[in-house]
Write a protein that binds this ligand. Sequence first.
Ligand code: AOF
Ligand code: ZN
Length: 380
Amino acid sequence: MLEISNHDLSGEEAYWLVHMQQALALAENVTSASPNPRVGCVLADGSEVVGTGWHLGTGEPHAERMALLNAGDRAKNSTVFVSLEPCCHVGRTGSCVEALREAGVARVIIPVIDPNPLVAGKGVQGLVDAGIDVIRLIDFESQARAINLGFFKRYESKRPYVRLKLAMSMDGRTALANGESKWISGTESRKDVQSIRRLSDAVVTGVGTVLSDNPQLNVRDSAGVKPVGQPLRVVLDTQLRTPVDSRIFDAAGPLLFLFSGEGDAVVDRAEALRARTANVERVKVCDAEGRADIASVLKLLLEDYGCNEVLIEAGATLAGGFISEGLVDELIIYLAPKLLGSDGRPLLDFGEITSMDLAPRFAIASATQFGEDLRIVFKR
Ligand code: AOF
Ligand code: ZN
């Protein structure tokens, strides 16, 4: 496999940049394919695109197969641009390396190696063994990873990629002392939250938020875009205090309640919630205060529910727990140009920090205005 930087391309190869961009854009268009990655594929003959494909999720054809089908006879001798190393295993859909070999493609161009140990370099080896040239355009690697942050996190860190969303005033308050919090952020910000939910495999909240805000936490039809599927909504509710008439049951989409309490009363409440078509599971591990163990919750979502990307929309206590355990990859703060004063509720609750060196640190990844608010994205 040849590794090439963009500025080393010349002549006809300049088209490679355009085709690779298109393959990445096709991948990016997929809201979620979890636990699989978002993948896009373009088949080209010189400057001309002869086939396109993308992967829609478990059990669906891989991007390469869709593109091969789309190209038909024109796949022969074409150059294949795919946003991830092609797979070589016979999983739910059969090896893409095999399909590319059979179609007689000339060359495969990728930005990044698949982190899944079933593939991880073996796809490239399979192509090379079949006499197909493989080129990796190294300058597209970070863009390719950014489309699948959760998929890479799954294999590289054995956890989902976690986003924590919060809305606060200029002085870092989320609600008035009396609990009133509607609406700190404006309509544009709330619309943007919808687009983040749409990308998420799960939206996690705590029972406190269910009791105080009575949210639905689903993806609603915003800006004319029809929601594609719904994220799994997860409520951490140790004693199962969620009332059976909460609005969360009214919205379409799967629901999961995680509890850790014991005794007949909790078991009865679990039955009542199950009757409302929710999954209810006891999480074995709990911390000293009886709160659900956050790392175990994430492990459960990764392994049993196939979640690559998780969004936390919770109050100060649960959000603070995620931060203090170092489990937040991305912090999304909507800053509203209001002041709520020192009696307002704080953004995060995570105990005293005794030295500046111990303060959790993030770097600013972007700052964008939404209506009157500013959205600041921080990354670890
Ligand atoms: C590709 N193109 O479009 C996708 C790939 O369960 P399976 O058989 O669908 O295999 C899933 C694995 O295949 C997934 O974890 C990833 O390693 C690879 N996904 N590969 O070449 C695709 N979706
Ligand atoms: Zn494949």
